[in-house]
Design a binder for this molecule. Structure first.
Ligand code: UDP
Ligand code: MN
Length: 351
């Protein structure tokens, strides 16, 4: 009887190698797709978008079921190249002005950015806004006002922008919020619109229903009717909630885009020196509605130190006299207390 010959030691089949190779290819392709979508310069994005459009129309040869692309077409973020930005947007005119050449836009919009010491963030935002807004065929201009007191800078940006062009509406825009969806239209709202509803920092959820900070849009009429932003918020916090109250007090409603559209990324930063939280901010809010009738755009005071039309934006550098503004406010509050009685008493505007 012969003992069975043991099975020869078969080398691992070629199949396994081929399988490994295919898996590696797929992983590489998927990674390239993701990396490209998130970091591409404009030119390659055009190609990519074109392919995505084919995908969306079901024309892409591998996609007979018309499934959407992995990365939705609307999800965009542009990363500014390190080259000189002067050559980047040939259609943008001095002062950050743009209007579509192929049609007359329905909306004349001024973007107002409150700013101090955030150069990198400003560069990033300008790059993203010019890329996005031109495609939305808006007739727009970008105004960057600097010093500090966020709300006052927004009032100042408004006041200077209307001297330059007949804008119909205004988008007040924090420098660190990057829009992440093409459908986030920066056009004129019918009711005051809170734009930055879904921010990554807050896990794309609305932190509280009355929030109006970050990015917001109002028409000229709405802004004038609510008497602009309050001027008394020197430091961090409160001015956006104050604006919400002004809006409600004047019979408007705050609207938002759906949460899957109103998406922004907040560029990471720490709290800035010289912009400490205002201890009195909650107290100030108590009479926000009434105060809107006698303090705000109507009492705005500032001095222009420098106004310059740069390539991608209009630069507005101002001087603000905090002592004078707060003294004015105390006088007005006293006057109103005499006129309307105790409703105004007990309010303290000390910082
Ligand atoms: N900001 C600025 N420099 C400062 C402080 C604030 O440019 O030193 C502007 C900037 O536009 C910023 C906005 O004010 O996005 C709001 O301030 P911050 O980002 O600190 O507030 P947050 O909403 O993140 O708490
Ligand atoms: Mn911020």
């Amino acid at each position: 009887m012969t003992t069975p010959v043991s099975e020869p030691n078969i080398p691992p089949s070629n199949h396994r190698h081929i399988m490994k190779f295919f898996v590696l290819c797929i992983v590489t392709l998927v990674s390239i797709e993701f990396i490209t979508v998130n970091t591409v310069p404009n030119e390659s994005r055009t190609i990519l978008n074109f392919r995505h459009k084919l995908f969306a129309k079901g024309m892409w040869m591998y996609d007979k079921k018309k499934t959407l692309p992995w990365v939705p077409l609307q999800l965009i973020e542009f990363h500014p190249p390190s080259t000189n930005s002067k050559k980047l947007f040939p259609d943008v005119e001095a002062g950050g002005r743009f209007r579509p050449s192929e049609c007359v836009s329905r909306h004349r919009v001024a973007i107002v950015i409150p700013y101090r010491n955030r150069e990198e963030q400003l560069r990033n935002l300008l790059y993203n806004l010019h890329s996005l807004l031109a495609r939305q065929q808006l007739d727009y201009g970008i105004y960057v006002s600097t010093r500090f007191n966020r709300a006052m800078l927004l009032n100042i940006g408004y006041s200077e922008a209307i001297k330059i062009y007949d804008y119909q509406c205004f988008i007040f825009h924090d420098v660190d919020l990057i829009p992440q969806d093409d459908r986030l239209l920066y056009n004129c709202p019918t009711q005051p619109r809170h734009m930055s509803a879904a921010v990554d920092k807050f896990k794309y959820k609305l932190p509280y229903p009355e929030i109006f900070g970050g990015v917001s849009a109002l028409t000229k009429d709405q802004f004038v009717k609510v008497n602009g932003f309050s001027n008394i918020f020197f430091g961090w916090g409160g001015e956006d909630d104050d604006m919400y109250k002004r809006i409600k007090h004047n019979g408007y409603d705050v609207k938002r885009y759906p949460m899957n559209i109103a998406r922004y990324r907040m560029i990471k930063h720490s709290r800035d020196k010289g912009n400490e939280p205002i201890p009195q901010r909650m107290n100030n809010l108590k009479n926000a509605a009434k105060r809107s009738e006698y303090e705000g755009l109507s009492t705005l005071k500032y001095k222009i130190l420098h106004l310059e039309q740069k390539k991608l934006y209009t630069w507005i550098h101002v001087a603000i006299n905090e002592t004078e503004i707060m003294a004015d406010l105390r006088n007005k509050t006293e006057m109103n207390t005499k006129r309307f009685g105790t409703a105004f008493r007990g309010e303290s505007f000390v910082r």
